[in-house]
Structures are given as structure tokens and as C-alpha cells.
Design a protein around this ligand. Structure first.
Ligand code: FRU
Length: 452
């Protein structure tokens, strides 16, 4: 089934196939490029390639042919995640990724039976990629690492190139390897960043955020225990404030780790700086090994990416995430919200409540409730089919909520509290043609715009 009424219009969401991590996000020759982990025949195979989409405004995406597929021995079991680096003259897009190789046989694939190769491919036009070059092989990683090393993120500073890689060490602790290079081709291990105390057995998809001299190291730790009001998913995605610079820091304080997003559907985000100098995050709107479904009714496509979110420093020293300003221009007709439901023509809406002063709930389609009570957010589904396995989840907010913004794009719902201090992303599979919205949250203004 294709279910066109569920297909997001303002998100990267290929027509067919499986999507996971965003890869190679960049602004190149005047357009935004989003690559992503992709498998067309995903019900039979998990061999990953890089899917590709381009956009002029970060909201309307044109799907292009697969950009990178496994076709050399060093990436024969998958073109895994990685990043894009645009050369200073703007002439070349360089894609760094991990070539995955797993051996047949009785191996644990942690200490033996697996290879991770860091590979560079490049393009002059952002469409044709031709020159795969293997830069790092298993023997180039530090001796304390298992075979789990992956997901390069590369940047340049003062003529030096830096790369971070996620890794699992021999004691089963997650860590980040920092490499340095003079030319982006020949790399040397520079140092390793660890948490003060063990914090998960593997850190995937490292990223760096540098804002006004503040640096943050983002990672996706595997192996943390769930808690009642946070870390609900199997694996987490978040960041540590770095004391000083990533190119020098050897430790991060795991007690300062903050999750990007508390929803059912979020993992493996990537951050990039665009042509305007904005720092933008896009995540995978999905999760591995979950009890909930993202392709009900034999849907031919599974998962999508989140809206692009601009990052800024929040008052408490953490990061806030706001949908990019391009979304404001998509607001159509406005309707005032109240306890009586209003109906919108489609499941496409930007809903905003300001001056919140008490407990209550915003309800979509009489099915999805977004409830606030002091510093507790509870998101729950009253209908199994619409939630498709997503039931109810509560999250502790850093303070009582004062504002709420909810973006609905067909089968996606993104909830932003307090200017993006807390974010919650979920898929849903609405059954009605039109969307109804009602709210009894006491507040000074409550508005729903349909998106066009
Ligand atoms: C994270 C991840 C990455 C890997 C990719 C493979 O979701 O496991 O570490 O490169 O997915 O699809």
C-alpha cells in the first residue's frame, strides 16, 4: 500500500523503501542536499546505500537516484553513515562514510568477523560520485577498539581537518575517536574522548556543534537503561556540553548528557552549517528494535527524516531546536483554538499556544493527546491503529511549560515546548480525511494554521 494521505509533504520521505539516518547534509552550489541510509527492497534486505534528495527551502524535497551504493570490496555489506564536507571554494562535495563488511562464519562480529573502512567519495556537481578512496582500515584504529568503529563527521578549522568516529572499546564502553589531517585524505588518530564514567557500550553517529564558542559533542549511546521519564527508546540520541574544545577534550561528563528528543521516533541526527551560517539538525524519524510500527497496512515506505531544526544556545547553556524559519512562510489560514474542536482540511498544521498557565491537553483527531501538567508532558494515543503500537509516554520538562508548538505533516507530529527546549517526535497514522484540533490548556493565545 502507498497511503498517499500519510506521505509527509515537508519532510524527506522517499516514495518507496526504507530510510534511516540522515547522511551528508550540506548546502552545495545553492541547494540543500540530504542523503540518508536507504534500502529499496527493505522487506528482503538490509543492505544500505545512500538515498538522495535536494531542496531549495529545506521543506520541499526532490528525490534523486541513489548516490552511493556498495560496489567495492571495502563497502560490500553496506554504505553506512557519514557526512559531507564542502571545500572552501564551494567547488567540491566530499562524502566521508563507513564501508561495512561482515564475514560469514561463527564470529561475534564485535571482536572478529567484521570490518569498518572509512571511505571518501567526491562530486563536482552534487549528483555524480565517482572516486571511492579507502582512507582508514581496521588496522588504523587505536588498539583499545573493538571492530565497531563508524560514522565519520569531518570539519575544517584554521587549515586543519578533523574527524570524529563513534566506537566501542574492548571494555564495552562507548567512545569517540578524534582524527586529524592536513589534507582530508591522510588521517592520524589524535586522541579519544570518553565519558568520566561508563555510559553505554557503543556511541554511534558522533557530531559536533559549535555555537558562539560553545562546543557540544553529540553521540547516540547504545546500552543505557530506560528510566520512567526519559531514555524510553532502545537507544538514545543526545549531546554533552564540552568543557573547552573538542580538538583537545579527552573527557565529557555523562551526567550533563541531554536527549535531543523524547519521542517514539527519533535517532541518529546529523548537524550541519548552511550557507546563511545557521546550525541545522535533522534526525531520523524512526527507531530500531521498537515495539511500534512505522509501516502499518503493508506500507511500501518505512520512516522519514525530521523537519530541519535550527539550533541555538538556550538560557540554561543547553541547545534549543526550532523548525527552520522557512516553515513560517507556509502558514495559511489561521483558526483560534479552544475546547470546541475546529477542523482543518488536511493533516497539515502548525499549532501554537503561548502564555500557558495551567494543566490541560491539546487533542488531535480525538485520538492523540498532548497533555501538560506542571513540568510533566504526557503524549498518548487513544486508538491502537492510529498509534500503531505507540501508547503513552511521559517526559519531565526542565520547568513548567509556557509555550507549545505542534507541527503536523500528514503522518508526522513534532512537538516543541518552550521554544524548543524539549522536543518530542512521533509518527501517527490518522484515519480521518480532515484533522480536528481542540485544546483546554489555559493560555493567552492558541492558534492553528493549516500549512500550504
Ligand atoms: C545508526 C547506524 C549507524 C550506521 C547506520 C547503518 O542508526 O547504526 O551507526 O552507520 O545506522 O544503517
Amino acid at each position: 500500500m502507498t497511503h498517499p494521505e500519510w506521505r509527509p509533504l515537508l519532510h524527506v520521505a522517499p516514495e518507496r523503501g526504507w530510510v534511516n539516518d540522515p547522511n551528508g547534509l550540506c548546502f552545495f552550489r545553492g541547494r540543500y542536499h540530504a542523503f540518508f541510509q536507504y534500502t529499496l527492497n527493505w522487506r528482503e534486505s538490509d543492505l544500505r546505500s545512500w538515498g538522495h534528495a535536494v531542496s531549495d527551502d529545506l521543506l520541499t524535497w526532490e528525490e534523486l537516484p541513489v548516490a552511493l551504493a556498495p560496489d567495492i570490496p571495502e563497502d560490500r555489506c553496506g554504505v553506512y553513515s557519514g557526512c559531507a564536507f564542502v571545500t572552501e571554494d564551494g567547488e567540491r562535495m566530499e562524502l566521508y562514510y563507513t564501508g561495512n563488511v561482515v564475514y560469514d562464519g561463527p564470529y561475534d562480529r564485535i571482536h572478529e568477523g567484521r570490518e569498518a573502512n572509512e571511505i571518501l567519495d567526491e562530486s563536482a556537481d552534487g549528483r555524480h560520485f565517482s572516486k571511492k578512496r579507502v582512507l582508514l582500515r581496521p588496522e588504523d584504529y587505536p588498539a583499545d577498539c573493538t571492530l565497531h568503529v563508524r560514522d565519520p563527521k569531518v570539519w575544517e578549522k584554521d587549515g586543519e581537518y578533523w574527524m570524529v568516529l563513534g566506537a566501542r572499546n574492548l571494555d564495552d564502553h562507548g567512545q569517540v575517536l578524534v582524527y586529524r589531517s592536513d589534507d582530508g585524505i591522510s588521517w592520524k588518530h589524535h586522541h579519544t574522548i570518553r565519558s568520566l564514567n561508563p555510559f553505554g557500550y557503543m556511541w554511534e553517529c558522533p557530531n559536533v556543534v559549535m555555537l558562539d564558542d560553545h562546543e557540544f559533542l553529540a553521540v547516540c549511546p547504545q546500552g543505557l537503561d530506560s528510566e520512567e521519564l526519559r531514555r524510553h527508546n532502545m537507544w538514545q540520541a543526545g549531546y554533552f556540553p564540552v568543557d573547552g574544545k573538542i580538538v583537545e577534550a579527552e573527557t565529557v561528563d555523562e551526567t550533563l548528557f541531554r536527549e535531543w528528543d523524547f519521542g517514539w521516533d527519533f535517532y541518529a541526527p546529523q548537524v550541519f552549517v548552511d550557507g546563511e551560517g545557521r546550525t541545522i539538525l535533522i534526525g531520523w524519524m524512526g527507531a530500531f528494535d521498537s515495539a511500534w510500527n512505522s509501516a502499518p497496512d503493508d506500507l511500501e515506505w518505512c520512516h522519514c527524516l525530521t523537519l530541519p531544526r535550527e539550533l541555538a544556545l538556550g538560557a540554561d547553556g543547553y541547545l534549543v531546536q526550532r523548525p527552520v524559519h522557512e516553515l513560517d512562510a507556509r502558514r495559511g489560514t489561521a483558526g483560534a483554538l479552544g475546547e470546541e474542536s475546529i477542523a482543518l482540511p488536511d493533516h497539515l498544521a502548525d499549532i501554537e499556544l503561548a502564555g500557558i498557565a495551567g494543566a490541560g491537553a491539546l487533542v488531535l483527531d480525538d485520538v492523540l493527546s498532548i497533555a501538560l501538567d506542571g513540568s510533566l508532558l504526557t503524549v498518548s494515543f487513544a486508538d491502537d491503529a492510529v498509534g500503531s503500537g505507540r501508547t503513552s509516554r511521559s517526559v519531565a520538562l526542565p520547568a513548567e511549560a509556557s509555550s507549545l508548538r505542534v507541527i503536523v505533516d500528514r503522518s508526522t507530529v513534532e512537538i516543541y515546548l518552550d521554544g524548543g527546549r524539549t522536543v518530542f517526535s512521533t509518527r501517527w497514522f490518522p484515519e480521518a480525511d480532515r484533522m480536528t484540533v481542540a485544546s483546554n490548556i489555559p493560555c493567552t493565545t492558541a492558534t492553528a494554521w493549516n500549512l500550504v
